[in-house]
Design a protein around this ligand. Structure first.
Ligand code: HEC
Length: 136
């Protein structure tokens, strides 16, 4: 049995890679939906639920950089290999986004709408700054 283990790993690694790809694409879909929901609430002046939304965004961005192992850049992915070459910038952008989400959450808890809008805009800025460098 043990001599088959390396073969088993070889067979499994593409499966694992595609699992990472699915997970990170789902995370982005969720991030997108949460941002839209937050934008809608802000437009209507409703702050209920915003704290939860930004808390969810914060945890998505905290885990996001762990979903890009070196062998997960082939197949159905738009992730750029620049991520492998410049992980520190990629991690920094994700980290900034998670911090803006944390600050937005605090502002939502304090009902501080001006500050909240600023962090919300910063979060929207993160999409472009990451996609322009790290998404094909
Ligand atoms: C830290 C980097 C980073 C940030 C910040 C980021 N993205 Fe992404 N996004 C990516 C990468 C990388 C991909 C490609 C992932 C893949 O295909 O494997 C992606 C893909 C996507 C996708 C396609 C998902 C799919 O189903 O294939 C959507 C939608 C998306 N991002 C929306 C957003 C929005 C909206 C924001 C900002 C509110 C945002 N992203 C912020 C890196 C980022």
């Amino acid at each position: 049995m043990s001599k088959f283990l390396p073969i088993l790993f070889l067979l499994m690694s593409p499966l694992l890679a595609s699992e990472f790809i699915n997970q990170r694409q789902d995370s982005m879909q969720d991030f997108n939906k949460l941002m839209r929901a937050a934008t809608q609430s802000l437009k209507n002046g409703e702050t209920d639920g915003l704290s939860q939304i930004y808390g969810d965004i914060e945890s998505i961005m905290q885990t996001y950089p762990t979903l890009f192992p070196d062998d997960s850049f082939d197949g159905k992915t738009k992730a750029s290999k620049n991520i492998i070459e410049d992980r520190s910038t990629f991690n920094q952008i994700a980290n900034d986004a998670s911090e803006w989400a944390a600050l937005a959450k605090i502002a939502a808890d304090n009902n501080d709408l001006d500050i909240l809008q600023q962090h919300h805009q910063n979060l929207y800025g993160s999409c472009k700054s990451c996609h322009s460098r790290f998404k094909n």
